[in-house]
Write a protein that binds this ligand. Structure first.
Ligand code: CA
Length: 230
């Protein structure tokens, strides 16, 4: 089954260029022009990944991404933003908006295809056992779901990757750079601050008092540590 990519972009020429490059690499694509009703169109299409422009008519890409994250059907679908220079990248990748990746226009189509490939490969990895219990957490690696007790955590694709890493490496302290290497891999444009933003968002999901964390603790002057027996 070819993977399906939704391209949400109102500039027809750019949308066609992206489509051309993705279809050449075996992806199935659908171009959406943005505007009202885009969320519903995406929910019907159920793409495996969304390429999302920021500047769109009616509803901008940031708002649309927030809605995607709240949608049952698509909360975990990777979102790759197309941003203009000067857009606030931390916001894009952060807890406020929940994007998984971004590219600044103008970008090379080859690079875009590489990023799409990397995100979809990450989605597919199912090396871990089906469901593992880690302290009060349950990790369903194949389903890409994490439960705390009976409650399923609401995680973006990147948040899942980060928490999965912590759950499978308990008791050890990791620096921000080590976490970037382990979770974000070759995406060198992310900064150590990106880690902080995602940790903050994870704490809101998994801690009773996020400002005084129990499981995901700060290791002062170094990074973070996950404790499964907290
Ligand atoms: Ca646009």
């Amino acid at each position: 089954m070819p993977k399906r990519i939704a391209i949400v972009e109102d500039e027809a020429e750019l949308a066609s260029l992206i489509e051309y490059n993705l279809t050449r690499h075996g992806y199935q694509t659908q171009i959406l022009r943005g505007g009202k009703g885009t969320l519903e169109e995406l929910e019907r299409a159920r793409p495996d990944l969304i390429v999302l422009d920021v500047m769109l008519p009616d509803v901008d890409g940031f708002q649309l991404c927030r809605e995607i994250r709240q949608s049952q059907a698509m909360a975990r679908t990777p979102v790759l933003f197309l941003t203009a220079r000067g857009d606030e990248v931390d916001r894009v990748l952060g807890l406020e908006i929940g994007g998984d990746d971004y590219m600044t226009k103008p970008f090379s189509p080859r690079e875009l295809v590489a990023r799409v490939k990397a995100h979809l490969r990450r989605e597919q990895m199912d090396t871990a056992p089906a469901v593992a219990a880690i302290g009060p957490f349950r990790l369903d690696a194949n389903g890409r779901r994490i439960f705390l007790g009976e409650r399923e955590l609401t995680l973006t694709s990147t948040e899942f990757n980060l928490l999965e890493f912590f759950l499978t490496h308990p008791g050890r302290a990791y620096s921000r750079d080590q976490l970037l290497d382990a979770v974000w891999g070759q995406q060198h444009y992310v900064t150590p601050r990106t880690v902080d933003v995602h940790v903050r968002r994870l704490r809101e999901q998994m801690e009773t008092t996020p400002e005084d964390p129990h499981y995901l603790t700060t290791v002062r002057g170094f990074g973070y540590r996950f404790e499964d027996n907290a």
